[in-house]
Design a protein around this ligand. Structure first.
Ligand code: DGJ
Length: 688
C-alpha cells in the first residue's frame, strides 16, 4: 500500500530532488512544489511555485524569474543583493559552485552554493522543507572569501515570484499603536510597493508578511502565495510588477540605507523568509501557517497556555503588595492559572519618568522582596509571572547614571527620548550579558514561570552596525533563559503588537496582541492577527467596561467570548467588578478551559469576519460576535469542514444537528442586538 502511494504520488512527500541534467532542484511539500533551476548564465531561477509537480513535469519548465536578483546588468527591479567591492565595482555575476542536500526525517535542507565570477564573494541560497509542513523556508548566507572588505548594501533572505496570471492582488495588515493587524486587500500596483519598518522592531504599522493571489481567491478557494519574515527588527519587502506585469517581491532584514561591512573571512546570514503556497484560499493559507508555526516555529507548542491575570489596566504605575495580593485573590476566584504583575514593581518606577533599568523590587512597595507576593499567589493555586523591559532605561535611573555610554547614541546627536526612555544598545555584548545576568538571577531566586518581555520605543541614533546584532542578542538572551529555565513561558510585547513575527514566535509562547482591549475593536485586530499567527499565541484579555481606551460599554459575556478565541487573560480591575460579573467570569473561564484544546490545537475556519470556528477531531467550537447594531448579522453563520453525514450535539442545549444542515443552513441562532455574542460547542456523535 505504501509503495503504491509512492509510485502514484511521489510528490506527496516532503522531499528535495536534484536533476543534474536539467540543473534543477525540486522541493516538495505534501501539497505544493517549488522548483529552482540554473540558467545558462549560471544564475539561480525559480521555475515553479505552486501545485505539486513530479520531477518529469518540472523538467519541462524553463528557468523563469531570478531567485535572488542582484544589482547589475540588465536588471532594473528591486535588487535582493546589492554589493560593492573594494574597487567600487558593484553587483554579482553568478558562478555555480555546487550544492548540498541534507535529508532530515520527513524533510530536508538544500544549500545551493554560488560565488561571484570575479570577486571573492560566496553566496549560498538555503532552502528547508519540514516534515508535514507546507512551508518552504529560505535564507541567504554571504561569505567574504578574500582579503579585502566588501560592503553589503542589501542582502535579502529571498525573492519570490508568483506564476504568470492576468492580474494580482495583495493582502497584508497595517495599523498603529492600539490598531494593529488591520487587514487590507487590494490590487498589486504597477511600479513598486514597499512594506517596511525602520523602527528597530517589526512594527505596528505593517506586519512582515504578504499574500498574493490572482484576484480570484476567496476564503475557501483559489490559489494564494504567501510569505512571512522571521525577523524582529527593521525590515523591508519590495513588491513589484515587471515589464510583463508579473508580480514578484524581495525581502529581508534592514531598511533602506543601512550598509554592512563584511571583513575577510566574515559571513552574513539572513533571517528565514518562509513561503507558503495554498490551493484553497485565504482560509487554507491561514491553516497552513497555523500548522507550520505550531509544529516548527514555537519553542514549546504543546505547552498549555495558562489563563493569565495581568494587573496593568487595573493599576498602571500605582501598585502595592497588598493591592497585588487582593487582585490575586479575585483572580484565583475566577479560575486564573497564572498571575502576572506588570510594570512598576522595581527601582524607583512610580511613573513613566524613572526607574527603568533598576531591576530590583522597589523597597517601598515590596519591603520584603517578591517572595511574600509570589508565595501568596502560589498558595492561591496560581503560578507567578512578571513584566520586564530589558532593552530600555530611563535617564533617571541608577543604571543610566552608572552607564550613560550603554544607550543607543551617536556623537554630535541628541539622544532622543520617547516615553521618557532611551534604548540600551543591545548590540554590545556587555549590555546583553548584563541583561542576561539580572534576568537569570531574577528567575533563579524567585519562583517565576512567565516573563512578559516588553519593548516600548523604537530605535533612534543607531549606527549601521547596531540593527542586526541588537536583535540577535535579544534572541540570544531569550534563548539562554529558555534553555536554563525550561519551564519558563515568555510573552512578547512591544507596546502591544509591535513585535509580532516569526522570529519572536520562535522564542516566545504568546504575543501581547494590542493595548487596545475594546472587545468590539479587538474582533478586527484578531481577524488580522490570525491570518498568519495561530490562536494559541494571541494574548487576549478581558478588561473593564467601560473600556479604558474606547469608553465603550460591553457585556462581560461578549468581552469573554472575544478573548476566549485566543489565549485568554483577564486584565480588568477585578476589585471593582460586580458579584454578577465575577460569577460570569468564573463560569466563562471554566468553559474556556474545556474548549482551550480545540481553540489552540484545532483548525480555524473563518465564517465571515465576525465568526470563527475551531475544529479538532469530533469537537467544534464556534464564536459569533455581533459587531454593531447598524450591521445586522441575522444572516446564517454557515459552518465548515464538518462531516456532512455526521450528527452533531450542541453541548449547551443537547439539540442534535446534521453536519450537512449546519454547513448549508447554518446555526439556528440569530443575534439581533449590538455586542451580543454566542459560543456554540458541538460534538460529533455519529459519523459516516
Ligand atoms: C506596554 C504594554 O503593551 C502594556 O500592556 C503594559 O505592559 C505597559 N507597556 C507597561 O508599561
Amino acid at each position: 500500500m505504501a509503495a503504491d502511494r509512492r509510485l502514484t504520488a511521489p510528490h506527496r512527500r516532503t522531499t528535495i530532488i536534484y536533476d543534474a541534467e536539467a540543473r534543477l532542484w525540486l522541493l516538495s511539500t505534501p501539497s505544493s512544489s517549488y522548483a529552482v533551476r540554473l540558467g545558462p548564465d549560471d544564475a539561480p531561477y525559480n521555475a515553479h511555485w505552486g501545485r505539486p509537480l513530479t520531477i518529469e513535469q518540472a523538467r519541462t519548465l524553463p528557468p523563469d524569474r531570478e531567485e535572488l536578483p542582484a544589482e547589475g546588468g540588465e536588471r532594473f527591479g528591486a535588487a535582493s543583493l546589492q554589493i560593492r567591492y573594494g574597487d567600487a565595482v558593484r553587483g554579482v555575476e553568478w558562478r555555480h559552485l555546487g550544492h548540498d542536500i541534507h535529508g532530515e526525517p520527513g524533510g530536508g535542507q538544500l544549500a545551493i552554493r554560488m560565488a561571484d565570477r570575479h570577486y571573492p564573494l560566496e553566496i549560498t541560497l538555503h532552502y528547508r522543507v519540514r516534515p508535514g509542513s507546507e512551508a518552504v523556508e529560505r535564507w541567504t548566507r554571504l561569505r567574504n572569501a578574500g582579503t579585502e572588505p566588501i560592503t553589503i548594501l542589501r542582502c535579502d533572505s529571498a525573492a519570490w515570484t508568483a506564476p504568470p496570471r492576468e492580474d494580482y492582488r495583495m493582502t497584508h495588515v497595517v495599523g498603529d499603536w492600539g490598531r494593529e493587524f488591520q487587514l487590507r486587500r487590494g490590487p498589486v500596483p504597477e511600479a513598486e510597493t514597499v512594506l517596511t519598518s525602520r523602527r528597530g522592531h517589526s512594527g505596528h504599522q505593517v506586519n512582515p508578511w504578504l499574500m498574493i493571489d490572482a484576484g480570484d481567491a476567496a476564503e475557501d478557494h483559489g490559489e494564494v502565495w504567501s510569505t512571512a519574515l522571521a525577523w524582529s527588527g527593521s525590515w523591508r519587502m519590495t513588491l513589484g510588477r515587471d515589464q510583463d506585469g508579473r508580480a514578484g517581491w524581495t525581502g529581508g532584514f534592514g531598511h533602506e540605507g543601512l550598509t554592512w561591512r563584511l571583513g575577510p573571512g566574515e559571513e552574513l546570514e539572513t533571517p528565514v523568509f518562509t513561503g507558503m503556497y495554498a490551493p484553497d484560499g485565504f482560509g487554507g493559507t491561514s491553516r497552513r501557517w497555523h500548522d507550520h508555526i505550531r509544529r516548527h516555529v514555537l519553542p514549546a507548542p504543546d505547552r498549555v497556555r495558562p489563563v493569565i491575570y495581568n494587573s496593568w489596566e487595573a493599576t498602571e504605575f500605582d501598585i502595592s503588595e497588598t493591592q497585588q495580593m487582593e487582585l490575586a485573590e479575585r483572580a484565583a476566584g475566577v479560575g486564573v492559572e497564572l498571575f502576572v504583575m506588570d510594570d512598576a514593581w522595581f527601582g524607583g518606577r512610580t511613573g513613566e519618568h524613572a526607574g527603568l533599568g533598576d531591576w530590583w523590587p522597589n523597597p517601598d512597595r515590596f519591603p520584603n522582596g517578591l517572595t511574600p507576593l509570589i508565595d501568596h499567589v502560589k498558595r492561591l493555586g496560581m503560578r507567578f509571572g512578571i513584566w520586564v523591559e530589558p532593552e530600555s532605561v530611563n535617564p533617571d535611573s541608577d543604571l543610566h547614571r552608572a552607564h550613560p555610554e550603554w544607550v543607543l547614541h551617536q556623537p554630535n546627536r541628541a539622544r532622543t527620548e520617547m516615553r521618557e526612555q532611551l534604548l540600551l544598545d543591545f548590540s554590545r555584548s556587555d549590555v546583553a550579558e548584563w541583561a542576561h545576568g539580572w534576568l537569570d538571577d531574577l528567575l533563579t531566586r524567585n519562583d517565576i514561570s512567565f516573563l512578559k518581555w516588553d519593548m516600548n520605543r523604537p530605535f533612534t541614533e543607531a549606527g549601521d552596525d547596531v540593527w542586526i546584532p541588537y536583535i540577535r542578542n535579544v534572541y540570544a538572551v531569550m534563548d539562554r533563559l529558555r534553555a536554563d529555565h525550561p519551564d519558563l513561558l515568555i510573552e512578547g510585547c512591544a507596546s502591544g503588537g509591535g513585535r509580532a513575527d516569526l522570529g519572536m514566535l520562535a522564542r516566545t509562547d504568546q504575543i501581547w496582541t494590542s493595548d487596545n482591549t475594546d472587545a468590539l475593536q479587538r474582533v478586527a485586530i484578531q481577524h488580522g492577527y490570525t491570518q498568519i499567527y495561530p490562536a494559541c499565541t494571541m494574548g487576549a484579555w478581558v478588561t473593564d467596561s467601560p473600556n479604558r481606551i474606547s469608553a465603550r460599554l460591553s457585556p462581560v459575556r461578549y468581552r469573554f467570548h472575544v478573548a476566549m478565541a485566543g489565549a485568554l487573560g483577564i486584565g480588568g480591575d477585578l476589585l471593582t467588578w460586580s458579584e454578577d460579573d465575577l460569577r460570569w467570569a468564573a463560569m466563562l473561564t471554566e468553559q474556556y478551559k474545556r474548549i482551550r484544546p480545540i481553540v489552540h490545537g484545532g483548525r480555524m475556519y473563518r465564517l465571515g469576519d465576525c465568526a470563527v470556528q475551531y475544529t479538532r477531531g469530533p469537537e467544534t467550537v464556534v464564536f459569533v460576535w455581533q459587531p454593531t447594531a447598524l450591521r445586522r448579522t441575522t444572516s446564517p453563520v454557515l459552518l465548515k469542514a464538518l462531516d456532512p453525514d455526521g450528527l452533531y450535539r450542541d453541548e449547551e442545549t443537547g439539540a442534535l444537528h446534521h453536519g450537512a444542515v449546519l454547513m448549508s443552513h447554518g446555526l439556528p441562532r440569530p443575534l439581533p442586538f449590538d455586542t451580543m455574542s454566542e459560543l456554540v460547542r458541538l460534538t460529533r456523535v455519529t459519523h459516516s
